[in-house]
Design a protein around this ligand. Sequence first.
Ligand SMILES: N[C@@H](CCC(=O)N[C@@H](CS)C(=O)NCC(=O)O)C(=O)O
Length: 387
Amino acid sequence: MSFLSKNLMVPYRQTSLFMQNIFHFQTQVFRNFASKPRTVTKGFFKIGLVGVTMGAIVGTGYSIHQRNKPRAHIINEQTFIPTIDEMPQIKPSRTVRFEGDDSGLKLTLFQYQTCPFCCKVRAFLDYYGISYDIVEVDPVLRQSIKWSPYKKVPILVAKTENGYQPLNDSTMIISALASYLTDTRKDIPEIVKCFPTIDYIDEDGTKKFDIMNKYFLMLSTQMDQHKEKQFVEERKWRKWTDDVLVHTLSPNVYRSKDEALQAFNWFSDAGEWEQHFPTWERMLIIYVGATAMWLIGKRLKKKYNLKDDVRESLYDECNKWIRSINDKGTRFMGGQRPGLADLSVYGVLSSIEGCEAFKDCLEHTRIGKWYFAMKEAVAQHQGARFI
Ligand SMILES: N[C@@H](CCC(=O)N[C@@H](CS)C(=O)NCC(=O)O)C(=O)O
């Protein structure tokens, strides 16, 4: 079905339904009066005829109006993530503390240990040496995020003066925290208001949402042209991480049933599921998760147009990234130290570090040198001295 016919479908259906109702109503009027004696109905018959004509005019006008109306994909006003008075009463699975953290932030991360988006947020927090609590969410039952209207992870909850501010979406979380650390004049709830959510209906009719400005840092200071150019490049690669790189992961990690099972067993080890979930729940996650993701992986391969050999698509993207850094002639995309694009790409790739796909990547691309330099920078919290 073409884009146009798809989009005309809803108004057209509404129009024809509307017209059908008018004609149904008029037919009923006709039938009632037609069954009465002619002399009594003559005047009414005229009125009926006028009604039919008017109805047809109104209906046609309505139909033309509907067809010419611009397609309205946005269905809601923008909304902001509301603050909450109390922290959800869930015991953290573990706490990550950095001596010397003077960010003033008190954070809890609701996450799956090996979700690429959660890894991205942890790469940022660890690199800058920011302390946080972790709540490991069961990816099948997800009880510990029941309190949140946003149903994905990561969710980061920041303590504020009067309560708690949830932050949703890894990219928005990173942009909001980076803005806060660069320019502490705005508090976290104020910064979160710069990233409103917009609901819309997608081309295929499904309800979706988008977070506005999520690749932008909210800074009050003016920046020079050189810095501005760096920000543009950084945003481009952060977006590529979310829109391209991340989509090569699942079809690779869940390429076969065996690989999917191996990946889930590694997730279990890396996420210390043995400690956090009872055995039955862990087994449920591993076997249900591996089977579901193996099936979903095939669909994602088609959806994102990956090559027949999905490894090739993963290698292509890794090579593209490394080539661009080499072209710049710097150690990292951010220059001599990692920027937000480096942290995003590293975070996403670290989510598959224990999988066959990552080992193959090290063997068949030149990503290793950059990746292990990033790993060291993050593990040593090298960013802490810059905040
Ligand atoms: N755009 C979001 C994507 C988050 C996302 O899709 N998270 C997945 C886990 S990897 C999720 O929670 N999916 C819903 C689910 O597991 O039910 C972000 O960057 O944080």
